[in-house]
Design a protein around this ligand. Structure first.
Ligand code: ZN
Length: 318
């Protein structure tokens, strides 16, 4: 399926030319130290839609992986409904809730309960505001930061202070936010360092940030080297992290890392079906793969940092 199977050879004229002409200084560390780690088809929206000939390169200095800029959408892409259309998602807030509500379970596993009474909470890239709904009634003021205008009216109706970008919230909330959360957002943005610095500007001296992003060390990347990377890499994700490179970026943005772990959000059936069918099969349970197998599988992957998603808790460095 890949355009070129086998290991990437960085000494080739083609790859030297690609790095020289298509990659600029790293947005996180400023180095010009890229090498190609993937060259082939990537997902463009939902499964089955591919963009061919895409290059992903790794920064040898800070460790981040980056999709070549020519395949990445601009920020304006996220301001209307184009992003959700590309994913073939329905465009109402009510259509967004079922999946989003389910995913909050993993956030509370990491955050714990009982810590947010009267606190100022910001959800950066909140989409329809599922997380905020889950802490409403306990938290104090709540900021809904979301570029897509399709959610704004509904968010306002629910009493949240709505902003398109973090920088717009600064005039009122700089230094005032006790907890910020950014779920599955940093991989989309133009500049992850600036993204984290702007959130840090909102936080109070003891403020915390929880950030989640796909784990590029997801075990399926190695178990299915031909079939999973063209699904994992996608046009809407500019950046690909592991826990080490995300920690590096956070520290450069003025945070200290309080906790870095991976969380697996799928059962064992998901991996077995990927192995059998070599494609995503949805949230299906195979016969005799019981919840106890899921717990064992999740625990194992999380123990070796190869679960599908990174959850990192950060605090402002003093
Ligand atoms: Zn770098």
């Amino acid at each position: 399926m890949r355009g070129n199977s086998g290991p990437i050879r960085n000494g080739t004229a083609k790859n030297i030319l690609k790095i020289a002409t298509e990659f600029n200084a790293c947005e996180i560390c400023g180095a010009n130290d890229w090498h190609v780690i993937y060259d082939g088809p990537i997902r463009d929206g939902s499964y089955g839609s591919l963009r061919t000939g895409a290059t992903v390169a790794r920064c040898g200095t800070c460790g981040v992986d980056r999709l070549v800029e020519k395949h990445c959408p601009d920020e304006e892409f996220y301001e209307g409904d184009a992003y959700r259309r590309r994913l073939r998602q329905r465009l109402t807030t009510s259509a967004y809730f079922p999946t989003a509500d389910k995913s909050q379970e993993f956030v509370f596993q990491v955050l714990g309960y009982g810590t947010l009474r009267n606190k100022v909470v910001a959800d950066v890239g909140c989409a329809g505001g599922s997380f905020l709904d889950h802490v409403a009634g306990v938290a104090g003021q709540m900021l809904a930061i979301e570029p897509s205008s399709i959610y704004h009216e509904s968010l306002r109706q629910r009493g949240y202070s709505v902003y398109s970008y973090t920088s717009e919230a600064g005039a009122e909330f700089a230094g005032a936010v006790d907890l910020a959360i950014a779920q599955q957002v940093i991989e989309h943005v133009r500049n992850p360092l600036q993204f984290l610095q702007e959130i840090r500007g909102l936080l109070s001296p003891g403020g915390k940030l929880l950030i989640t992003t796909p784990n590029r060390r997801d075990i399926l990347m190695d178990l299915l080297p031909d079939d999973f990377p063209p699904f994992f890499y996608r046009t809407v994700h500019r950046w690909y992290f592991d826990t080490a490179s995300l920690s590096e970026c956070a520290e450069r943005a003025g945070f200290q890392v309080d906790g870095a772990r991976t969380v697996h959000r799928y059962g064992m059936s998901n991996a077995l079906l990927w192995m059998r069918e070599r494609r995503p099969c949805g949230d299906v349970r195979l016969e005799d793969i019981e919840p106890q197998a899921d717990r064992m599988w999740r625990g194992y992957l999380e123990g070796i940092d190869r679960a599908d998603c990174i959850f990192m808790t950060l605090s402002v460095r003093k």
